[in-house]
Design a protein around this ligand. Structure first.
Ligand code: ADP
Ligand code: MG
Length: 667
């Protein structure tokens, strides 16, 4: 009586009323020596089963609670097999019974799960439960598949799940009767160590009931709330209703297995909210299924906005991994690249090995394949959305653009970088303030033969427009993208190329000057004179302080500009240098990368030629200041305070020469 006394078993009570004498028999511990006949038949487990059992019970699964998932999956399989058999028109026992899985909990120390599925014959019991790694379900799929049947909903395939019951149970009893008409029922009993015994049992309904005598440390599973929680977590979308003491616990038919056109937004919103714990509706919903290189059904949600990340909501992000509607792992690591961490969703793949531990699962090639499929699909999805509704995409870009940038910077693959770069947007010199365009738009309207995409980074649009570097490009009627944050600079620098065009900073642009007739008063400094001035200039700055000084070809209104290859790297390098090495790094970079170009048409430069003869001291000060001004335009000034002394000296010289002296007044 010990085993079932406290159970509110509807089925047991039915059996009780129909066959009272048998029930006594059934509810007696089945290994008891006082058992009425027929005597139980003792069986040993098949070769190595004991050791394997140990492995399953101790180390195959990282969480004990998954034994429920395994037993529910088996019950669902049994129901699916019954349905299939019925569909094929084969005769079965009790065809009118509704198909369901039932849990009977809240007993003293045992847990019961039953289904009215296909059940097992004695031979099947021995074959399926007596041999580890033998899956009756896999066999079934093979045979039925050969008949051309659809067995895609059958979950089992490894033949080890059942034994997970011994993770929590000291003793497991299986009562089962096959659906084959006229079948006899059997009771299978085992403590998971010394083999099992089987005996005939009359009065059993069709299907299988499993009673687990819980170990002392697993008594949490007699609690209804705990069982409900685990069922909801892992088995919420199993294709048959699961009742816990008569109340259905699984509610939703998983929408990722349905046709996307059939699914109302409301249902998506519900799933999104249940996955994310948020109250808003998703901004984007993407649903897809693919067969290669891995078979997945998938639904992904982009939230309306990115919340402030903290430990509490971080755990809600990510993707739950399912295998045939059974949850394998929530928030599965490594399933998404870092830059897609803002997604919520579900991936269901029949290629997932259900029995792998979390650690092994993460290393699985299937995970890598899924990740690359999701990444590719997400990029093309976002591209489509950008075309379909640019306004909405701009909203997305404002909120999540920085993740795209992270993606470009972190991926190693140039193809993926360029795919992601399609999604980038920038302000442009040929658009109004606030209008953003893509690299593709830039390329489409660039004149034929233009092999560069020019960009200029500046703190604001106004400052970009005033930049001498922009001036040169603008004179050539070249479009320039503006970047207002360092992230964008780094992204474009890392990207390097896009569709065979070189991404080129305005500072490094080597643009031929437009041939314009010399305006009166803007005559160039004579060439030789210019070269002499440049040499003098470099000496005045100190040879170690600049890589080169030369007369510029380009036309701009500034007296001097600096040009630098890899300006972005240079700026980053300076920022990152430790404080005690900043000065040294700065000097090093000036010496190795900075070229100063002097404008031979600019009055200051032209006057500098005679000034260096007549007043070398002031000319030297002016040269240094011109250099600093040019560095300032390139956002490369190290310590502007140091200029103040020099500027004051220049001002002094200017005022002294401009203010009339006594002698002037007398004349
Ligand atoms: P798998 O589910 O991967 O096949 P299991 O160890 O979970 O492996 O189960 C072994 C086999 O036992 C199943 O393939 C199935 O044939 C049989 N079995 C287990 N549970 C049931 C059940 N509730 N009803 C009918 N057959 C079952
Ligand atoms: Mg199984």
């Amino acid at each position: 009586m010990r085993l079932y006394r406290k159970l509110p078993l509807r089925l047991v009570s039915q059996t009780l009323t129909s066959t009272p004498s048998r029930l006594y028999h059934l509810t007696t511990p089945l290994l008891s020596s006082s058992d009425p006949q027929p005597n139980p038949q003792k069986h040993s487990f098949q070769a190595e089963t004991r050791q394997l059992l140990d492995i399953v019970a101790r180390s195959l699964y990282s969480e004990r609670e998954v034994f429920l998932r395994e037993l529910v999956s088996n019950a669902a399989d049994a129901l699916e097999k019954l349905r299939y058999t019925q569909l094929k028109g084969e005769e079965i026992d009790d065809p009118s019974a509704t198909l369901h899985v039932e849990f009977l909990s809240e007993s003293l120390n045992s847990l019961t799960i039953e289904d009215n599925g296909i059940g097992m014959t004695k031979e099947e019991l021995i074959a399926n439960l007596g041999t580890i790694a033998r899956s009756g379900s896999k066999e079934f799929v093979k045979t039925a598949g050969a008949d051309g049947g659809d067995t895609s909903n059958i979950i089992g395939q490894f033949g080890v799940g059942f034994y997970s019951a011994f993770m929590v149970g000291s003793h497991v009893t299986v009562l089962t009767r096959s659906a084959k008409p006229g079948s006899v029922g059997y009771v299978w009993n085992s403590n998971g160590e010394d083999g099992y015994d089987i005996q005939e049992a009359a009065g059993l309904p069709r299907g299988t009931r499993i009673v687990i005598q819980l170990k002392e440390d697993a008594l949490e599973f007699v609690k209804k709330d705990r069982v409900r929680e685990v069922l909801r977590k892992h088995s919420n979308f199993v294709g048959y209703p699961i009742y816990l003491d008569g109340v259905q616990v699984n509610t939703i038919e998983p929408l990722w297995t349905r046709k996307s056109s059939d699914i109302p937004d409301q249902e998506h919103a519900e799933l999104y909210q249940s996955l994310s714990g948020r109250k808003d509706n998703p901004m984007y919903t993407m649903q897809f299924a693919v067969e290669t290189p891995v078979s997945i059904k998938c639904v992904l949600y982009v939230p309306q906005f990115m919340p402030q990340l903290d430990i509490a909501n971080l755990k809600n992000f990510g993707i739950s991994l399912y295998c045939k509607k059974v949850m394998v792992q929530a928030q599965t690591p490594k399933l998404l690249p870092e830059w897609l961490m803002f997604l919520h969703g579900v991936v269901d793949s029949e290629d997932i090995p259900l029995n792998l531990s979390r650690e092994l699962l993460q290393e699985s090639v299937v995970i890598t394949k899924i990740k690359s499929v999701i990444t590719g699909k997400m990029i093309s999805y976002l591209n489509r959305q950008a075309k379909r509704d640019p306004g909405k995409y701009e909203e997305f870009y404002k909120e999540f653009g920085r993740f795209l940038r992270i993606g470009i910077v972190t991926t190693e693959s140039q193809t993926e970088k360029e795919d992601l770069a399609k999604l980038l947007r920038f302000e442009s010199s040929k658009e109004e303030k606030g209008t953003i365009i893509s690299l593709d738009q830039y390329i489409e309207r660039a004149p034929e033969g233009q092999k560069q995409v020019y960009y200029l980074s500046a703190p604001s649009r106004d400052m970009a427009m005033e930049s001498p570097y922009f001036e040169t490009l603008q004179q050539n009627d070249l479009e320039v993208l503006f970047t207002y944050n360092k992230e964008d600079d780094v992204v474009l620098f890392k990207l390097e190329n896009y569709k065979d065009r070189k991404l080129c900073t305005a500072e490094a642009a080597n643009v031929k000057p437009v041939d314009k007739p010399e305006e009166p008063g803007h005559e160039k400094l004579e060439k030789q004179e210019g070269n002499r001035l440049a040499t003098w200039f470099r000496d005045a700055l100190g040879r170690e302080n600049v890589k080169e000084v030369k007369m510029s070809d380009r036309q701009h209104s500034q007296p001097a500009v600096v040009t630098v290859e890899n300006l972005t790297t240079l700026r980053r390098y300076l920022e990152m240098a430790p404080p005690d090495q900043k000065e040294a790094s700065y000097k090093y970079l000036l010496h190795n990368s900075v070229v100063l170009e002097l404008n031979p048409t600019h009055p200051i430069i032209k006057q500098l030629a005679p000034l260096r003869e007549s007043n070398p001291e002031v000319a030297g000060l002016v040269a240094s200041q011109l250099f600093d001004n040019a560095l300032m335009n390139a956002d490369l000034v190290h310590d502007p305070r140091r200029m103040v002394g020099r500027i004051n000296k220049i001002l002094q010289a200017v005022t002294e020469s401009e203010v009339p002296t006594d002698a002037d007044v007398k004349e």
